[in-house]
Design a binder for this molecule. Structure first.
Ligand code: AGP
Length: 615
């Protein structure tokens, strides 16, 4: 979703802005632009890729010591040059703004500002911000104060960067509900939506909090907390030295980030589970110092998440109820936040998110707190994200940066973390013997190796991909804990190859979807050798009897033989509790190869964004 980069330094910062935008491309966008201060504000925008913007910048010989840049993911108004950021207002002292987020009261603000005489050039909600700041700047001589007064009037989520023509020595930034950090360099200061955009310049970062405003100069910066339009005292925020390097966000020998991230799963899971590799048992402390006392009071779990993270929650529900005997509800965050659920104070709220910035998940977590849930836990891949910072307990998946829009290693590391949570809760509820715990830990230790060998099926998945690329629809079937894996397989296929795919619990087939089955509808089945296999086999017979073509991912010890219209890819022998994690891999590989055959933009599928920071 929209990305922001700002830079103010002793030398030309245009390359920093362009490099930064390139690093933020993965978030998803449909237009880009920048403003550079050089004898006035120079603005360049494009509906194309950042490479197109870079070309225009070169053609115009644009350079300067201060600038703000943006990738826009359209929400209000089509993707067009007119709607691309930065937006500019004012005559004598022009102001430029870039914005990530959504201004909910933009219609009322637009009317008010139009009545004041401001003319709008775009359909965006962002343009009200720039005119509002220009309007407030008539009442004060300080840009910082004008921004502070303006954000007090805005409802919604934002991260903004602002420049003023007559004061090119300064950039003002502010955040509320959308990510923004400062980068402190040797030769200048920077701001960006995420750390990856600044790694070539600095690894010293300050993560701004909601309500923070900051003023950046080339050799200093100052942060303030703004309350109801009043600038408080200057405050300090801790400086974090990022462990990331620019290599972490490099594609290396791979053709796509998604491919790299699929193949990184053994090491991503090994990193996530590092602390249990040498242990004989796992302790609640893994989730935070207060975990033991909170888990003692916990009598149920409410998992809130979106998309792939929601699927991880659905898998966890099977584990938590089976092994820990604890009731677990899993809800789509965007639904939960707008209904009237009955809250139980001692139901632990668990937010799962790769980015930790998903607007719906953050809002749902806050809503659960308002409703009276006492404690919360986050499972997240980004250490300084809003989600991690707002929960009582936390577990950091250590998948490393995930750049491809399609979530892969984030999902399998989430599952590994949720398995640890299951073990801890099962033990605390006296549902797990020492021997059983040792067996589960041994299984987890084996997981990276098991993932590595599962990746070997790639050539077989690739062989199937041609057939799927010729179809318009596909059905994915699973049972029990593998039903959410079927959902994840269908999501992967549709989001990157644009083949319409739906997942069903296979027992549901004859209650409706069987009507869709014919030779044009490939049916993918996840067929582990578990206690539901015989049920699944009957469901597969129902498909065959209707002329359907079956593509089955089976365990080596599953008795399903290839025949006409029945294709089988075999994994290793049944992996017990690890099975849903391992069965995810072939589905990711299948989706990836179908997308390759179809020639879609694998890492940046159309209309989608990596971090969904708006509703
Ligand atoms: C998955 O491939 C998607 N890109 C998407 O469903 C994603 O999982 C969802 O938007 C939630 O994101 P989060 O994990 O960052 O909260």
């Amino acid at each position: 979703m929209c990305g922001i980069v700002g830079a103010i330094a002793e030398k030309n910062i245009v390359p920093v802005l362009i490099d930064g935008l390139l690093c933020l491309e993965y978030r998803g966008y449909d237009s880009a632009g920048l403003v550079i201060s050089n004898k006035g504000l120079q603005r360049i925008r494009t509906t194309g890729r950042v490479a197109e913007l870079a070309k225009k910048v070169t053609e115009h010989h644009t350079n300067g010591f201060a600038g703000i840049a943006h990738t826009r993911w359209a929400t209000h108004g089509e993707p067009s040059e007119r709607n691309a950021h930065p937006h500019i207002s004012g005559h004598e002292s022009r102001i430029a703004v870039v914005h990530n987020g959504i201004i909910e009261n933009h219609e009322a603000m637009r009317k008010r500002l139009q009545a004041e005489g401001y003319q709008f050039e775009s359909e965006t909600d962002t343009e009200v911000i720039v005119h509002l700041i220009a309007s407030n700047l008539k009442k004060t001589d300080s840009l910082l104060k004008a921004v502070s007064m303006s954000i007090a009037e805005l409802q919604g989520a934002y991260a903004i960067a602002v420049m003023e023509e007559i004061h090119p020595e300064r950039i003002v930034v502010a955040r509320n509900g959308a990510p923004l950090l400062l980068g402190l360099g040797e030769d200048g200061n920077y701001a960006a939506s995420d750390a990856s955009a600044l790694l070539k310049k600095t690894r010293d970062m300050i993560y701004l909090e909601d309500g923070d405003l900051a003023e950046l100069y080339k050799d200093q910066y100052q942060i303030y907390q703004s309350k109801e339009g009043n600038l408080g005292q200057a405050i300090t925020r801790p400086i974090h030295h990022s462990d990331l390097t620019s290599d972490d966000i490099d594609m290396g020998p791979y053709d796509h980030f998604m491919q790299k991230e699929i193949f990184e799963q053994p090491s991503a899971v090994a990193n996530t589970l590092e602390m249990v590799f040498n242990a004989q048992s796992v302790s609640p402390g893994l989730f935070g110092s207060a975990a033991e006392s909170i888990f003692e009071q916990t009598n149920g779990l409410l998992i809130l998440a979106c998309g792939t993270s929601y699927h991880a929650g659905l898998v966890a529900r099977y584990w938590l109820e089976t092994f820990a005997g604890i009731p677990c509800i899993v809800e789509i965050a965007s639904e939960y936040r707008y209904r009237d659920p009955v809250a139980d104070a001692h139901t632990l709220v668990v937010g799962i998110s790769q980015s930790g910035e998903t607007a719906d998940t953050l809002a749902a977590m806050n809503y659960a707190k308002e409703l009276g849930h006492l404690h919360s836990l986050s499972i997240c891949n980004v250490a300084e994200s809003a989600l991690i910072r707002q929960t009582d307990l936390r577990f950091l998946t250590r998948a490393g940066p995930e750049i491809g829009v399609a979530s892969t290693k984030a999902f399998t590391t989430q599952l590994a973390s949720l398995l640890l949570l299951t073990i801890v809760l099962a033990k605390m509820r006296n549902r797990l013997s020492v021997e059983h715990e040792a067996k589960m830990i041994a299984a987890l230790r084996h997981l990276p190796a098991a993932l590595q060998s599962t990746l070997q099926i790639e050539p077989e998945a690739q062989e199937w991909s041609q057939q799927f690329s010729e179809k318009r629809h596909a059905l994915f079937l699973g049972r029990g804990v593998h039903y959410p894996i079927a959902m994840e397989g269908a999501l992967k296929l549709k989001e990157i190859s644009y083949v319409h795919a739906e997942a069903y619990a296979s027992g549901e087939l004859k209650h409706g979807p069987l009507a869709l089955v014919d030779s044009e509808m490939p049916v993918v089945a996840i067929a582990p050798n578990d206690q539901l296999l015989s049920k699944l086999k009957s469901n597969l017979q129902e498909v065959r009897a209707r002329g359907g073509e079956l593509y089955v991912f089976a365990d080596a010890d599953t008795q399903i033989e290839e025949s006409d219209n029945l294709h089988v890819i075999r994994l290793a022998e049944h992996a017990g509790i690890l099975s849903p994690i391992l069965h995810t891999i072939p589905l990711q590989l299948l989706a990836y190869h179908v997308a390759l055959v179809k020639g879609t933009d694998v890492d940046k599928p159309r209309n989608l964004a990596k971090a969904v920071t708006v509703e």
